[in-house]
Design a protein around this ligand. Structure first.
Ligand code: IPD
Ligand code: CA
Ligand code: CA
Length: 253
């Protein structure tokens, strides 16, 4: 069920999506450059984050904002957590697997989350205690055991390559398929949509995961990550499972 904050979050995410799509039509405007290994930033990442920050400031001036591109600004009991474009590599190549991610944290728990994937026409939102929705449909995971589980698996150079290979090997040994999408948000959406039964990545930043975690929990799934104090300060191992994914798999879940 929507509240005022969630309503504005959805508007902001849709505006941001249109802005990013418009900027992508002109490579001279996009100015894609490398921030680090396998890590790109475009003018659209910066413009979207600036737009989201302006909207948040107008709505709730006394909050902290933690964004991938602009870092932590402001202070207050509430923190808005932004990934302006998750899946920038996909976005910059014209593939549809990228999304805008907006979450809020009240000092104890993640309270609201929106993931909007404009090219896929998928928008998910959740509010703690009030359910998880994908394109307007409430999502409640089915607890019946699934026969052929699939886990979306993420990788970035923040994780040792050997750990990633070990995870793949352990999944295959357990008869579990894996997929890599290059965008954590799309993997969370994929779990909600039933494309996958779980998502795991060895080292995600909180802006990659804040919205996705509340979406999965509110649909009746389980999540694990470092305690928030540590997660707000640096990357954490993150696992999110629907209600059907087998537990105790390969040291991952
Ligand atoms: C990245 C994507 C990628 C994941 C990385 C993230 P970005 O975010 O979610 O799938 O493997 O860990 O950093 O840089 O595209 O916002
Ligand atoms: Ca990201
Ligand atoms: Ca990003």
């Amino acid at each position: 069920m929507l509240d005022d904050r969630l309503t504005v979050m959805l508007d902001m995410a849709r505006e941001a999506g249109r802005l990013a799509q418009k900027m992508r039509t002109d490579p001279d405007i996009l100015q894609t450059r490398e921030k680090g290994p396998m890590d790109l930033v475009t003018a659209a990442d910066l413009a979207v984050e600036a737009h989201l920050r302006d909207r948040i400031q107008a709505l709730e001036p006394d909050v902290a904002i933690l964004g991938e591109e602009g870092g932590l600004t402001g202070s207050g009991g509430e923190t808005w957590i932004l990934d302006p474009i998750d899946g920038t590599v996909n976005f910059s190549r014209g593939t549809p697997n990228w999304a805008i991610s907006i979450g809020t944290f009240d000092g104890t728990a993640l309270t609201h989350g929106v993931i909007h994937a404009p090219d896929l026409d998928m928008t998910a939102w959740a509010r703690r205690g009030h359910g998880s929705y994908l394109n307007g449909q409430r999502i409640t995971f089915d607890p019946a055991i699934v026969d052929n589980p699939i886990m979306a698996l993420g990788y970035s150079p923040r994780t040792a390559l050997a750990d990633y290979f070990n995870e793949i090997e352990a999944l295959l040994d357990a008869g579990i398929e894996h997929r890599r999408y290059g965008a954590a948000t799309i993997c969370f959406l994929g779990v909600l949509a039933g494309w996958f039964d779980a998502f795991h990545e060895g080292a995600l930043n909180i802006w990659d995961a804040a919205a996705g975690l509340v979406l999965i929990e509110e649909a009746g799934g389980t999540v694990s990550h470092d305690p928030f104090e540590a997660f707000l300060a640096g990357p954490s191992r993150v696992t999110a499972c629907n209600a059907r994914f087998p537990r105790g798999v390969a040291g991952i879940t």
